[in-house]
Design a binder for this molecule. Structure first.
Ligand code: ATP
Length: 631
């Protein structure tokens, strides 16, 4: 019977129908079908919430069942995650079946991803308005931590010349208060009143300029094309107001804010501004430069929809990848990125990936998701991701993106527990050089940094990210700094030549096993020893040679991990003559060295004991055996 029914149907099909069916099949194979199906979801906010709660309950129950299974191997963990994602998928199954017919109709009707997104956006306008209202009312306490400047990112490149007529028209119709005609920034009194009213604390690292919040959209220096993103909003939400100024300057930002506080635009506007001003590479390398990692697929889909809708007119598209659904369509979709398609989609370049950690990593490891061009990374709801056991996945994902100052990282979290602090301090790995005149203020600066890095006074975590290595130049200095830190209540060890060998070995062992999270060492005592990977290195006094500096900072950020190095540079004594070399090292690694320019920038040619200044220092000299010497 089935065959009987099917046959006449087939026969009756017109040529045009056949062509349409063929095209649909092709789109399916290209992965479009998947995107269209997912983004055409018209789940109400309540349904999403309910599902979120259901799946989190399920997760909690599973976690309790598995309680204490922290020793699980990577494989087990992955399986569990797949199970979680599968469970999430099950929860959606009955819902999915009900909607299957309608979704298919929508998916088939959705000729283009962008069209589907726009319709989905329109459909959920009511829900959006609800959320909008909530966001506007949201004056919950918000905290923003600004990391040290990543680099002097110049984002003022010429805009994409290939803009369509429509794009040009759109841009013209948006507010003209672009970067050229900005409203004056908030006065210190206005800024203070705003921060007090919304219970906002902004932690700017010592030495960094404090930026006032943006109280009104016209104060915002962004490409004019982006101004239409604010249509219907009267003012920035608190998290947007405080996040935009540092984020638009290219700084790493940590925002502590509740859901529904307007985070998507808080990181979305700087992301789009960056994409508009830096066109995609034309050398065939990956066009993905923005990556958003989120804990759940609901959040990933929501963020993807928002960014896709905002980016559509700018020629920027996003893809969403998440667990709980088959991987193959996502693999096909990623393989076929930017393959020219007919119609308006041909103008769109996929530059954003939004996804959940497990699936992103899977796809990266399969070689289909190339993150090597990612220079803007967002970790959304970081605390939830860590709660769900995604820490290793996140670190792994980060190691596949651009490193150091080449990447700007935005992190959002509703809470600020130790695990989140540690994650924040490890990705903010830019070597920072603080140039100052007053050597007496070194101790206070050191204490400030320990606080900013979230270092616990009595850490017994054993976690390598929590360890901080402080380098002093002289034995007496190391001993004094150690005493000072101990007076301040820190659990600290020392490694220098005034200590007996057994005392040094004990200090090293305690540092390695995490009993003390802080170690003050001299270069000579530390040389040749297996000092484990540490979260941060602080150069209290600059070493005698630039090689020692490189050796010191190499103690952190090892094995693809991230780390942080902070260097105090007073320009006194031996430091003055090393300013030029330090500036060169920083410049070559892509970091700023402005502060050093007040010192002579001459680089002294190295002299060899036997060959004087004429020896070749560009070829490696044979290394002798490692010698362990304690000064
Ligand atoms: N400046 C603003 N004024 C009023 N509404 C806004 C503003 N910015 C964003 N919104 C709206 O507020 C709602 C919540 O924003 P958004 O989804 O970005 O919050 P969120 O913090 O990411 O929350 P969630 O984690 O639940 O996604 C959205 O509907 C968004 O359109």
């Amino acid at each position: 019977m089935t065959a009987d029914l099917a046959t006449p149907k087939k026969v009756k099909r017109s040529k045009a129908e056949k062509a349409a069916a063929k095209e649909k099949e092709q789109r399916k194979a290209d992965g479009d079908f998947f995107v269209a199906e997912e983004i055409a979801k018209d789940e109400g906010e309540d349904e999403v919430k309910e599902k979120k709660e259901k799946s989190s309950k399920k997760r909690r129950a599973e976690a309790e069942e598995e309680g204490g299974n922290a020793e699980d191997g990577e494989h087990k963990k992955k399986k569990r995650k797949d199970k979680e994602e599968g469970a999430e998928g099950d929860a959606h199954d009955s819902e999915k079946k009900k909607k299957k017919k309608r979704k298919h109709a929508e998916a088939e009707a959705a000729e283009l991803t962008a069209v589907a997104i726009e319709s989905a956006t329109t459909e959920s306008d009511d829900q959006k308005n609800k959320k909008r209202k909530r966001a506007a009312e949201d004056a919950a306490s918000v905290s923003v931590t600004i990391a040290e400047a990543s680099s002097s990112k110049s984002e003022k490149e010429p805009k994409d010349k290939k803009k369509s007529k429509k794009q040009k028209k759109d841009a013209a119709s948006t507010s003209t208060s672009g970067t050229a005609a900005l409203a004056p920034p908030a006065t210190p009194a206005e800024a203070a009143a705003f921060l007090a009213e919304h219970s906002i604390t902004i932690h700017t690292p010592p030495g960094e300029e404090e930026l006032p919040p943006i109280l009104a959209f016209p104060q915002l220096a962004i490409p004019s094309e982006l101004r239409s993103c604010f249509t219907g909003f009267s003012a920035p939400t608190p998290i947007q107001a405080c996040t935009w100024p540092p984020a638009l300057m290219g700084r790493d930002v940590v925002g502590i804010a509740e859901t529904g506080s307007g985070k998507t635009l808080a990181f979305g506007i700087p992301a789009l501004a960056r994409l508009i001003t830096a066109p995609p590479p034309s050398d065939g390398s990956s066009t993905i430069s923005v990556l958003v990692v989120a804990p759940t697929r609901e959040l990933a889909i929501q963020t993807h929809e928002t960014l896709n809708a905002l980016g559509a007119r700018l020629g920027i598209a996003s893809v969403a990848v998440f667990g709980g659904v088959p991987k193959e369509p996502q693999v096909r979709m990623l393989r076929n990125l930017n393959k020219s398609k007919p119609g308006p989609e041909a103008r769109v370049t996929t530059r954003v990936v939004v996804g959940t950690p497990g699936r992103i990593l899977d796809l990266v490891q399969e070689g289909v998701c190339d993150l090597s061009g990612v220079n803007y990374l967002v970790l959304d709801e970081a605390d939830r991701m860590l709660d769900k056991g995604f820490e290793n996945d996140i670190r792994n994902i980060i190691s596949n993106t651009k490193q150091g100052a080449e990447r700007q990282t935005m992190m959002f979290s509703a809470t600020w527990p130790d695990a989140v602090r540690r994650l924040a301090s490890t990705f903010q790995q830019n070597p920072v050089v603080e140039v100052f005149d007053d050597t007496r203020s070194k101790d206070n600066r050191l204490l400030n940094h320990l606080r900013t890095l979230g270092h616990k006074k009595t850490t017994t975590t054993g976690g390598e990210e929590a360890r901080i290595l402080v380098f002093a130049l002289y034995k007496k200095e190391a001993s004094r700094v150690e005493q000072r830190l101990r007076q301040e209540g820190y659990s600290v060890g020392a490694l220098h030549g005034d200590l007996s060998q057994s005392a040094r070995m004990e200090a090293l062992e305690r540092f390695k096993n995490g009993t003390t999270g802080l170690l003050v060492a001299t270069d000579v005592a530390a040389r040749g020893l297996d000092i484990p990977n540490v979260g941060a290195v602080i150069n209290y006094t600059f070493p005698l040679t630039i090689e020692d500096y490189i050796h010191r900072i190499g103690r952190t950020g090892r094995g693809g991990k991230t780390g942080k190095s902070i260097t105090f540079f007073t320009g006194e004594n031996h430091e003055r003559s090393l300013a030029g070399e330090l500036a060169r090292v920083l410049r070559e690694s892509g970091f700023q060295c402005e502060g050093l320019k007040k010192f002579p920038m001459t680089i002294k040619k190295k002299e060899h004991g036997a060959y004087g200044a004429f020896f070749r220092d560009d070829i490696p000299m044979p290394k002798g055996p490692t010698k362990i010497v304690f000064d």
